[in-house]
Design a protein around this ligand. Structure first.
Ligand code: ZN
Length: 305
């Protein structure tokens, strides 16, 4: 009953929902159990509002596994790090980014004895994957402190391992998708050195991508799915407690951690603006993550959002 009430509230947010029900079949969407994936998790929880599109969530334990499934067509789409999707597109994989996963929402977490970016010199710092905005944020904060990525030991760790690595002294800090920054704050083992919005306002991190094959063969269904996804983004910002209940089965985190995490993340505007994307491309090039990132026209399908 509660779920139906929330769905009704969601519907009231809709200004122009598609009303035909044409039996659109199933769309398989890959995700990692992180608060950055809340729009796909919430869309799946409220899929009776999807106008006939059955959303099947496929859980992955790492970005590498998710990317492999996406790039080989085992899933129709995913909530994925934008740099991994850009790299796939650069390699000729047929996919399009149709919306953001969130805006802002990353933090740089450090050990209690680290008080500035300069204190990270010679220390070990963890990121989930080099192809990420977490790497770009680290690159920026070190640069602004007169250092470079060569002045720290960068390691790639699985996100759930980062809080323990920090508390045990294996690393001096990390930057990763939420809620793993919030976990360190809630446990009192780390502190926030920077929020991403302080370094890079409206930073892009996760995007919703769909495979070209799905988009071509199921365009109407893709449109209805993204229409729901868009409404869900606005719904999350206004109904955070309800969304916690709707998605707790996938996220499996404490409410305190969830609340801290969501202080930093916004979901209300998930359009992929050209200016923000061009800024990301500039950062990707300058950090040496790619020499030929796809243009906005090559990478983004703005028609669905
Ligand atoms: Zn993200």
């Amino acid at each position: 009953m509660k779920k139906l009430f929330w769905a009704a509230t969601l519907l009231s947010l809709s200004l122009a929902g598609c009303k035909e029900n044409r039996g659109a079949g199933t769309i398989k969407i890959g995700y990692l159990p992180i608060t950055h994936s809340l729009p796909v998790l919430t869309a799946a929880a409220l899929q009776e509002e999807s106008d006939g599109v059955n959303i099947e969530l496929v859980k992955f334990g790492s970005w590498t596994d998710l990317s492999d499934a996406l790039n080989t067509g085992r899933i129709d789409g995913a909530s994925v790090l934008v740099q991994l999707a850009m790299k796939a597109r650069e390699m000729g994989i047929g996919l399009k980014a149709v919306a953001l996963g969130h805006t802002d929402g990353n933090v740089v977490i450090v050990a209690p004895d680290i008080d500035s970016a300069a204190d990270l010199r010679g220390k070990t710092f963890a990121i989930p994957h080099r192809q990420s905005s977490h790497y770009l944020l680290l690159n920026q904060l070190l640069g602004e402190a007169g250092l470079s990525v060569n002045d720290v030991e960068i390691v790639e760790l699985a996100p759930p391992d980062m809080p323990y690595a920090l508390s045990s002294g294996q690393i001096a800090g990390y930057c990763v998708a939420e809620p793993f920054g919030a976990k360190a704050v809630e446990a009192g083992i780390g502190k926030v050195l920077f929020e991403s919005a302080d370094l890079w306002e409206h930073s892009l991190c996760c995007v919703l991508v769909l495979g070209d094959e799905y988009l071509v063969n199921n365009h109407a269904a893709a449109h209805r799915f993204v229409d729901l996804y868009k409404r869900v983004g606005q719904y999350i910002d206004a109904h955070r407690d309800e969304v916690f209940e709707l998605t707790r089965g996938q996220l499996n985190i404490d409410k305190q951690v969830y609340d801290i995490s969501l202080r930093w993340i916004s979901f209300g505007d998930l359009a992929i603006g050209r200016d923000y994307y061009d800024d990301l491309v500039r950062r990707v090039r300058e950090a040496g993550l790619s020499t030929a990132p796809p243009s906005w026209e090559q990478f983004v399908d703005p028609s669905l959002y």
